[in-house]
Design a protein around this ligand. Structure first.
Ligand SMILES: *Cc1c(COP(=O)(O)O)cnc(C)c1O
Length: 430
Protein backbone atom coordinates (compact mmCIF):
# COMPACT_ATOMS: atom_id res chain seq x y z
CA UNK A 1 0.00 0.00 0.00
CA UNK A 2 1.47 3.31 -1.21
CA UNK A 3 0.68 6.36 0.95
CA UNK A 4 3.29 8.84 -0.26
CA UNK A 5 0.80 11.62 -1.02
CA UNK A 6 -0.74 11.28 2.47
CA UNK A 7 2.75 11.46 3.97
CA UNK A 8 3.58 14.57 1.93
CA UNK A 9 0.32 16.26 2.95
CA UNK A 10 0.83 15.39 6.62
CA UNK A 11 4.36 16.79 6.63
CA UNK A 12 3.05 20.05 5.17
CA UNK A 13 0.01 20.05 7.48
CA UNK A 14 2.21 19.83 10.56
CA UNK A 15 3.86 23.12 9.59
CA UNK A 16 0.56 25.04 9.44
CA UNK A 17 -1.97 23.15 11.65
CA UNK A 18 -1.28 22.07 15.28
CA UNK A 19 -0.35 18.39 15.07
CA UNK A 20 -1.34 18.47 11.40
CA UNK A 21 -5.03 17.83 12.06
CA UNK A 22 -8.20 19.69 13.00
CA UNK A 23 -9.31 17.07 15.57
CA UNK A 24 -6.74 15.10 17.63
CA UNK A 25 -7.71 11.43 17.09
CA UNK A 26 -7.27 11.88 13.33
CA UNK A 27 -3.50 12.14 13.79
CA UNK A 28 -3.21 8.35 14.43
CA UNK A 29 -1.02 9.05 17.49
CA UNK A 30 -2.55 6.13 19.41
CA UNK A 31 -1.95 3.58 16.67
CA UNK A 32 1.32 4.80 15.17
CA UNK A 33 2.07 5.68 11.56
CA UNK A 34 0.92 8.67 9.57
CA UNK A 35 -2.74 9.53 9.03
CA UNK A 36 -4.41 8.84 5.71
CA UNK A 37 -5.64 11.94 3.88
CA UNK A 38 -9.02 11.33 2.29
CA UNK A 39 -9.91 12.64 -1.13
CA UNK A 40 -13.43 11.25 -1.55
CA UNK A 41 -15.96 8.74 -0.26
CA UNK A 42 -18.81 6.81 -1.78
CA UNK A 43 -21.16 4.19 -0.30
CA UNK A 44 -19.14 1.84 1.90
CA UNK A 45 -15.76 3.14 0.72
CA UNK A 46 -13.26 5.86 1.55
CA UNK A 47 -10.57 6.78 -1.00
CA UNK A 48 -7.27 8.35 0.04
CA UNK A 49 -5.05 10.89 -1.67
CA UNK A 50 -2.95 8.04 -3.15
CA UNK A 51 -6.01 6.33 -4.63
CA UNK A 52 -6.27 3.47 -2.08
CA UNK A 53 -9.80 2.31 -1.19
CA UNK A 54 -10.91 1.37 2.33
CA UNK A 55 -14.08 -0.21 3.68
CA UNK A 56 -15.57 2.31 6.12
CA UNK A 57 -16.14 1.32 9.74
CA UNK A 58 -16.34 4.85 11.25
CA UNK A 59 -18.49 6.75 8.78
CA UNK A 60 -17.39 10.21 9.86
CA UNK A 61 -17.84 9.09 13.50
CA UNK A 62 -21.48 8.31 12.90
CA UNK A 63 -23.24 10.69 10.52
CA UNK A 64 -23.00 8.57 7.37
CA UNK A 65 -25.47 5.95 8.58
CA UNK A 66 -26.65 5.34 4.99
CA UNK A 67 -23.10 5.27 3.62
CA UNK A 68 -21.19 8.11 1.98
CA UNK A 69 -22.41 10.46 -0.71
CA UNK A 70 -25.99 9.18 -0.51
CA UNK A 71 -27.84 10.44 -3.60
CA UNK A 72 -30.86 11.79 -1.67
CA UNK A 73 -28.70 13.92 0.61
CA UNK A 74 -26.43 15.07 -2.20
CA UNK A 75 -29.46 16.22 -4.23
CA UNK A 76 -31.04 17.99 -1.25
CA UNK A 77 -27.83 19.93 -0.61
CA UNK A 78 -27.36 20.92 -4.25
CA UNK A 79 -30.99 22.05 -4.51
CA UNK A 80 -30.76 24.10 -1.30
CA UNK A 81 -27.56 25.79 -2.50
CA UNK A 82 -29.31 27.16 -5.55
CA UNK A 83 -31.33 29.41 -3.21
CA UNK A 84 -28.37 30.85 -1.27
CA UNK A 85 -26.12 29.54 1.47
CA UNK A 86 -27.05 31.52 4.60
CA UNK A 87 -29.62 34.13 5.58
CA UNK A 88 -29.26 34.67 9.34
CA UNK A 89 -33.05 34.78 9.48
CA UNK A 90 -35.74 32.12 10.05
CA UNK A 91 -36.66 29.62 7.32
CA UNK A 92 -39.46 27.09 6.80
CA UNK A 93 -37.01 24.19 6.83
CA UNK A 94 -36.03 24.91 10.45
CA UNK A 95 -39.65 24.55 11.52
CA UNK A 96 -39.93 21.33 9.56
CA UNK A 97 -36.83 19.72 11.07
CA UNK A 98 -37.82 20.81 14.61
CA UNK A 99 -41.26 19.24 14.17
CA UNK A 100 -39.67 16.04 12.87
CA UNK A 101 -37.24 15.82 15.81
CA UNK A 102 -40.10 16.41 18.29
CA UNK A 103 -41.95 13.61 16.58
CA UNK A 104 -39.03 11.16 16.54
CA UNK A 105 -37.31 11.70 19.93
CA UNK A 106 -39.52 10.78 22.92
CA UNK A 107 -38.17 13.39 25.42
CA UNK A 108 -38.14 16.34 23.04
CA UNK A 109 -41.07 18.76 23.11
CA UNK A 110 -39.07 21.77 21.92
CA UNK A 111 -35.67 21.88 20.25
CA UNK A 112 -32.97 24.44 19.41
CA UNK A 113 -30.55 23.87 16.51
CA UNK A 114 -26.82 24.59 16.95
CA UNK A 115 -23.68 23.79 14.90
CA UNK A 116 -22.00 20.92 16.74
CA UNK A 117 -22.40 18.39 19.51
CA UNK A 118 -20.09 20.51 21.67
CA UNK A 119 -22.43 23.48 21.41
CA UNK A 120 -25.42 21.27 22.19
CA UNK A 121 -24.00 19.93 25.47
CA UNK A 122 -22.58 23.29 26.62
CA UNK A 123 -25.95 24.93 26.02
CA UNK A 124 -27.94 22.13 27.65
CA UNK A 125 -25.91 22.43 30.88
CA UNK A 126 -26.38 26.21 30.91
CA UNK A 127 -30.13 25.81 30.48
CA UNK A 128 -30.31 23.15 33.22
CA UNK A 129 -28.45 25.51 35.55
CA UNK A 130 -30.71 28.42 34.67
CA UNK A 131 -33.80 26.27 35.15
CA UNK A 132 -32.82 24.81 38.53
CA UNK A 133 -30.84 27.78 39.89
CA UNK A 134 -28.08 25.30 40.87
CA UNK A 135 -24.41 25.30 39.79
CA UNK A 136 -23.01 21.78 39.93
CA UNK A 137 -23.55 18.87 37.57
CA UNK A 138 -22.56 15.22 37.45
CA UNK A 139 -20.63 13.75 34.52
CA UNK A 140 -19.45 10.16 34.27
CA UNK A 141 -15.86 8.97 33.91
CA UNK A 142 -14.82 8.21 30.35
CA UNK A 143 -17.89 9.88 28.85
CA UNK A 144 -17.28 12.54 26.22
CA UNK A 145 -19.51 15.55 25.70
CA UNK A 146 -17.41 17.62 23.30
CA UNK A 147 -14.68 20.05 24.26
CA UNK A 148 -16.54 22.53 26.49
CA UNK A 149 -14.40 23.46 29.54
CA UNK A 150 -16.61 21.88 32.17
CA UNK A 151 -16.66 18.51 30.35
CA UNK A 152 -12.89 18.07 29.97
CA UNK A 153 -12.60 16.24 33.27
CA UNK A 154 -12.07 12.48 33.04
CA UNK A 155 -13.21 12.91 29.43
CA UNK A 156 -13.36 10.12 26.88
CA UNK A 157 -12.67 10.00 23.12
CA UNK A 158 -9.57 11.91 21.93
CA UNK A 159 -8.91 13.10 25.47
CA UNK A 160 -8.21 9.55 26.73
CA UNK A 161 -6.57 8.58 23.46
CA UNK A 162 -4.06 11.43 23.85
CA UNK A 163 -3.60 10.65 27.56
CA UNK A 164 -5.04 13.95 28.81
CA UNK A 165 -8.58 13.36 30.04
CA UNK A 166 -8.17 16.53 32.17
CA UNK A 167 -7.14 19.44 29.97
CA UNK A 168 -4.83 22.33 30.93
CA UNK A 169 -6.68 25.58 30.35
CA UNK A 170 -9.73 24.51 32.35
CA UNK A 171 -9.77 26.64 35.50
CA UNK A 172 -10.12 25.08 38.93
CA UNK A 173 -13.16 27.33 39.40
CA UNK A 174 -14.85 25.60 36.46
CA UNK A 175 -13.67 22.12 37.42
CA UNK A 176 -15.06 22.31 40.95
CA UNK A 177 -18.63 22.39 39.63
CA UNK A 178 -18.18 19.15 37.67
CA UNK A 179 -18.81 16.12 39.90
CA UNK A 180 -17.57 12.73 38.73
CA UNK A 181 -18.93 9.23 39.08
CA UNK A 182 -18.20 5.91 37.37
CA UNK A 183 -20.68 4.51 34.82
CA UNK A 184 -23.02 1.71 35.88
CA UNK A 185 -22.74 2.64 39.58
CA UNK A 186 -25.98 3.97 41.07
CA UNK A 187 -24.57 4.08 44.60
CA UNK A 188 -21.86 6.53 43.47
CA UNK A 189 -24.62 8.88 42.24
CA UNK A 190 -26.52 8.52 45.52
CA UNK A 191 -23.32 9.44 47.41
CA UNK A 192 -22.78 12.58 45.31
CA UNK A 193 -26.39 13.60 45.84
CA UNK A 194 -26.00 13.33 49.61
CA UNK A 195 -22.66 15.17 49.62
CA UNK A 196 -24.00 18.01 47.42
CA UNK A 197 -27.55 18.24 48.72
CA UNK A 198 -29.68 20.68 46.70
CA UNK A 199 -26.71 21.90 44.63
CA UNK A 200 -26.84 19.60 41.58
CA UNK A 201 -28.48 21.06 38.46
CA UNK A 202 -27.99 18.15 36.07
CA UNK A 203 -26.69 14.68 35.43
CA UNK A 204 -25.37 14.27 31.89
CA UNK A 205 -24.31 10.96 30.39
CA UNK A 206 -24.05 8.98 27.21
CA UNK A 207 -26.83 6.44 27.90
CA UNK A 208 -24.80 3.94 25.88
CA UNK A 209 -21.28 5.34 26.04
CA UNK A 210 -19.18 5.05 22.89
CA UNK A 211 -16.29 7.32 23.81
CA UNK A 212 -14.34 4.91 26.03
CA UNK A 213 -15.07 2.21 23.49
CA UNK A 214 -18.65 0.94 23.54
CA UNK A 215 -20.12 -0.02 26.94
CA UNK A 216 -23.67 -1.10 27.70
CA UNK A 217 -25.88 -0.03 30.61
CA UNK A 218 -26.51 -2.69 33.26
CA UNK A 219 -30.17 -3.73 33.48
CA UNK A 220 -32.06 -1.11 35.51
CA UNK A 221 -29.19 1.41 35.52
CA UNK A 222 -30.79 4.05 33.29
CA UNK A 223 -34.13 3.74 35.11
CA UNK A 224 -32.26 4.03 38.42
CA UNK A 225 -30.76 7.34 37.25
CA UNK A 226 -34.19 8.50 36.14
CA UNK A 227 -35.61 7.74 39.60
CA UNK A 228 -32.83 9.57 41.47
CA UNK A 229 -33.10 12.64 39.23
CA UNK A 230 -36.89 12.78 39.58
CA UNK A 231 -36.64 12.48 43.37
CA UNK A 232 -33.93 15.18 43.64
CA UNK A 233 -35.17 17.64 41.01
CA UNK A 234 -32.01 17.07 38.94
CA UNK A 235 -32.29 17.56 35.16
CA UNK A 236 -31.40 14.24 33.52
CA UNK A 237 -29.63 14.87 30.20
CA UNK A 238 -28.99 12.06 27.74
CA UNK A 239 -26.16 12.97 25.41
CA UNK A 240 -27.37 11.16 22.30
CA UNK A 241 -24.94 12.84 19.90
CA UNK A 242 -23.77 9.32 18.92
CA UNK A 243 -26.73 7.13 19.76
CA UNK A 244 -29.52 9.42 18.53
CA UNK A 245 -31.15 8.23 15.30
CA UNK A 246 -28.70 5.28 15.34
CA UNK A 247 -29.69 2.76 18.03
CA UNK A 248 -33.32 3.44 17.13
CA UNK A 249 -34.98 6.34 15.38
CA UNK A 250 -35.70 7.80 18.83
CA UNK A 251 -32.22 6.90 20.12
CA UNK A 252 -31.22 5.02 23.28
CA UNK A 253 -34.14 6.57 25.19
CA UNK A 254 -36.58 4.83 22.86
CA UNK A 255 -34.63 1.56 22.91
CA UNK A 256 -34.40 1.39 26.73
CA UNK A 257 -37.72 3.11 27.45
CA UNK A 258 -36.18 5.66 29.83
CA UNK A 259 -37.11 9.28 29.10
CA UNK A 260 -34.63 12.02 30.10
CA UNK A 261 -35.59 15.67 30.74
CA UNK A 262 -33.23 16.93 28.03
CA UNK A 263 -31.44 15.39 25.07
CA UNK A 264 -28.39 16.55 23.13
CA UNK A 265 -28.01 15.53 19.49
CA UNK A 266 -25.43 15.83 16.72
CA UNK A 267 -23.64 13.72 14.10
CA UNK A 268 -26.47 11.94 12.16
CA UNK A 269 -28.79 14.94 12.65
CA UNK A 270 -26.76 16.95 10.11
CA UNK A 271 -26.51 14.25 7.44
CA UNK A 272 -22.78 15.06 7.25
CA UNK A 273 -23.09 18.84 7.67
CA UNK A 274 -22.03 20.60 10.92
CA UNK A 275 -25.19 20.43 13.03
CA UNK A 276 -26.13 19.82 16.65
CA UNK A 277 -29.33 20.28 18.63
CA UNK A 278 -30.61 20.22 22.17
CA UNK A 279 -34.16 19.79 23.30
CA UNK A 280 -36.39 18.52 26.03
CA UNK A 281 -39.40 19.26 28.14
CA UNK A 282 -41.30 22.39 27.18
CA UNK A 283 -41.02 23.94 30.65
CA UNK A 284 -37.23 23.61 30.57
CA UNK A 285 -36.76 24.72 26.94
CA UNK A 286 -38.94 27.79 27.63
CA UNK A 287 -35.94 29.08 29.62
CA UNK A 288 -33.97 29.52 26.37
CA UNK A 289 -33.69 33.07 24.99
CA UNK A 290 -35.75 34.79 23.59
CA UNK A 291 -38.57 32.75 25.24
CA UNK A 292 -36.68 32.90 28.55
CA UNK A 293 -33.61 34.34 30.28
CA UNK A 294 -30.85 31.80 29.41
CA UNK A 295 -28.82 33.19 26.50
CA UNK A 296 -27.76 31.01 23.59
CA UNK A 297 -27.36 32.04 19.95
CA UNK A 298 -25.61 31.21 16.66
CA UNK A 299 -24.94 33.13 13.43
CA UNK A 300 -25.08 29.96 11.32
CA UNK A 301 -27.55 28.00 13.49
CA UNK A 302 -30.29 26.47 11.36
CA UNK A 303 -28.19 27.11 8.24
CA UNK A 304 -30.33 26.32 5.16
CA UNK A 305 -27.83 23.92 3.55
CA UNK A 306 -27.21 22.05 6.81
CA UNK A 307 -30.95 21.86 7.49
CA UNK A 308 -31.61 20.47 4.00
CA UNK A 309 -29.09 17.66 4.59
CA UNK A 310 -30.34 16.93 8.11
CA UNK A 311 -34.00 17.02 7.20
CA UNK A 312 -33.48 14.62 4.30
CA UNK A 313 -31.53 12.24 6.55
CA UNK A 314 -34.05 12.28 9.41
CA UNK A 315 -37.02 12.03 7.09
CA UNK A 316 -35.47 8.95 5.46
CA UNK A 317 -34.83 7.29 8.83
CA UNK A 318 -38.33 8.17 10.04
CA UNK A 319 -39.98 6.54 7.03
CA UNK A 320 -37.67 3.51 6.62
CA UNK A 321 -37.80 1.41 9.80
CA UNK A 322 -36.08 -1.43 7.92
CA UNK A 323 -32.84 0.60 8.22
CA UNK A 324 -32.69 -0.34 11.91
CA UNK A 325 -33.32 -4.05 11.45
CA UNK A 326 -30.63 -4.14 8.75
CA UNK A 327 -28.16 -2.23 10.95
CA UNK A 328 -28.79 -4.68 13.80
CA UNK A 329 -28.20 -7.59 11.45
CA UNK A 330 -24.93 -6.09 10.17
CA UNK A 331 -23.71 -5.36 13.72
CA UNK A 332 -24.52 -8.86 14.94
CA UNK A 333 -22.94 -10.57 11.93
CA UNK A 334 -19.68 -8.67 12.36
CA UNK A 335 -19.53 -9.08 16.15
CA UNK A 336 -20.33 -12.79 16.08
CA UNK A 337 -17.90 -13.36 13.19
CA UNK A 338 -15.09 -11.62 15.09
CA UNK A 339 -15.92 -13.54 18.27
CA UNK A 340 -15.75 -16.93 16.63
CA UNK A 341 -12.48 -16.11 14.83
CA UNK A 342 -10.90 -14.83 18.07
CA UNK A 343 -12.12 -17.85 20.03
CA UNK A 344 -10.68 -20.25 17.47
CA UNK A 345 -7.33 -18.42 17.77
CA UNK A 346 -7.45 -18.57 21.58
CA UNK A 347 -7.24 -14.76 22.05
CA UNK A 348 -8.17 -12.75 25.14
CA UNK A 349 -10.83 -10.29 24.08
CA UNK A 350 -14.17 -8.68 24.86
CA UNK A 351 -16.56 -7.44 22.23
CA UNK A 352 -19.37 -5.02 23.10
CA UNK A 353 -22.01 -4.51 20.43
CA UNK A 354 -25.39 -2.87 20.22
CA UNK A 355 -27.06 -2.43 16.84
CA UNK A 356 -24.61 -0.76 14.47
CA UNK A 357 -22.07 0.17 17.17
CA UNK A 358 -19.34 -2.11 18.49
CA UNK A 359 -15.89 -2.14 20.08
CA UNK A 360 -13.39 -4.97 20.23
CA UNK A 361 -11.25 -4.69 23.38
CA UNK A 362 -8.04 -6.65 23.85
CA UNK A 363 -8.70 -7.65 27.45
CA UNK A 364 -10.15 -10.72 29.13
CA UNK A 365 -12.20 -8.55 31.53
CA UNK A 366 -15.74 -7.60 30.65
CA UNK A 367 -15.77 -3.90 29.82
CA UNK A 368 -18.52 -2.05 31.67
CA UNK A 369 -16.90 1.26 32.66
CA UNK A 370 -13.80 3.45 32.30
CA UNK A 371 -11.65 1.36 34.67
CA UNK A 372 -12.32 -1.90 32.86
CA UNK A 373 -11.92 -0.24 29.42
CA UNK A 374 -8.44 0.85 30.47
CA UNK A 375 -7.36 -2.79 31.02
CA UNK A 376 -7.19 -3.17 27.21
CA UNK A 377 -3.87 -3.85 25.54
CA UNK A 378 -3.63 -0.64 23.48
CA UNK A 379 -0.31 -1.63 21.88
CA UNK A 380 -1.98 -4.75 20.51
CA UNK A 381 -4.86 -2.60 19.32
CA UNK A 382 -2.38 -0.40 17.42
CA UNK A 383 -1.00 -3.45 15.59
CA UNK A 384 -4.51 -4.66 14.82
CA UNK A 385 -5.48 -1.24 13.46
CA UNK A 386 -2.46 -1.16 11.12
CA UNK A 387 -2.99 -4.73 9.95
CA UNK A 388 -6.63 -3.96 9.10
CA UNK A 389 -5.74 -0.68 7.37
CA UNK A 390 -3.23 -2.57 5.26
CA UNK A 391 -5.99 -4.92 4.19
CA UNK A 392 -8.25 -2.01 3.22
CA UNK A 393 -10.45 -1.76 6.32
CA UNK A 394 -10.60 1.66 8.00
CA UNK A 395 -11.19 1.30 11.77
CA UNK A 396 -11.29 4.10 14.35
CA UNK A 397 -7.64 4.90 15.16
CA UNK A 398 -8.07 4.35 18.91
CA UNK A 399 -9.08 1.57 21.29
CA UNK A 400 -11.35 4.04 23.08
CA UNK A 401 -13.84 4.63 20.30
CA UNK A 402 -16.85 2.79 18.98
CA UNK A 403 -17.17 1.77 15.36
CA UNK A 404 -20.20 3.02 13.42
CA UNK A 405 -21.57 0.78 10.70
CA UNK A 406 -23.67 1.90 7.74
CA UNK A 407 -26.37 0.29 5.61
CA UNK A 408 -23.89 0.41 2.70
CA UNK A 409 -22.24 -2.76 4.09
CA UNK A 410 -23.42 -5.67 1.97
CA UNK A 411 -23.08 -9.31 3.07
CA UNK A 412 -20.20 -9.58 0.61
CA UNK A 413 -18.37 -6.69 2.30
CA UNK A 414 -19.03 -8.15 5.75
CA UNK A 415 -17.32 -11.31 4.49
CA UNK A 416 -14.33 -9.22 3.38
CA UNK A 417 -14.14 -7.47 6.77
CA UNK A 418 -14.15 -10.80 8.61
CA UNK A 419 -11.52 -12.23 6.29
CA UNK A 420 -9.31 -9.16 6.90
CA UNK A 421 -9.88 -9.61 10.64
CA UNK A 422 -8.82 -13.26 10.59
CA UNK A 423 -5.69 -12.55 8.51
CA UNK A 424 -4.79 -9.58 10.72
CA UNK A 425 -5.11 -11.50 13.98
CA UNK A 426 -3.10 -14.43 12.60
CA UNK A 427 -0.37 -12.04 11.47
CA UNK A 428 -0.23 -10.30 14.87
CA UNK A 429 0.00 -13.47 16.98
CA UNK A 430 2.39 -15.33 14.66
C1 LIG B 1 -19.00 13.59 19.16
C2 LIG B 1 -19.66 13.78 20.45
C3 LIG B 1 -19.86 15.06 21.01
C4 LIG B 1 -19.27 16.30 20.40
O1 LIG B 1 -19.79 16.59 19.15
P1 LIG B 1 -18.94 17.52 18.15
O2 LIG B 1 -19.87 17.71 17.00
O3 LIG B 1 -17.69 16.77 17.85
O4 LIG B 1 -18.67 18.79 18.87
C5 LIG B 1 -20.59 15.17 22.17
N1 LIG B 1 -21.11 14.08 22.77
C6 LIG B 1 -20.93 12.84 22.28
C7 LIG B 1 -21.55 11.68 22.98
C8 LIG B 1 -20.18 12.65 21.12
O5 LIG B 1 -19.98 11.41 20.68
Amino acid sequence: MQISESKRLFAHAKTVIPGGVNSPVRAFRAVGGDPIFISKADGAYLYDADGNAYIEMINSWGPMILGHNHPLIREAVIKAMESGTSFGAPTAREVEIAALIVNMVPSVEKVRMVNSGTEATMSAIRVARGYTGRDKFIKLEGHYHGHGDSFLIAAGSGAITMGNPDSPGVTSGTAKDTLLAPYNDLQAIENLVVANDGEIAALILEPVPGNMGLCLPDPGYLQGLRDICTREGIVLIFDEVMTGFRLAKGGAQELFGVIPDMTTMGKIIGGGMPVGAYGGKKEIMEFVSPAGPVYQAGTLSGNPIAMAAGLTMLDYLDTHPEVYSRLNEIGMQIASGISSINQSLGLDFTINQLGSMYSLFFTQESVTDFESAKTSDTALFGKYFQAMLHRGVYLAPSQFESLFLSTALSDDLIGKILQAHEESMKEIIS
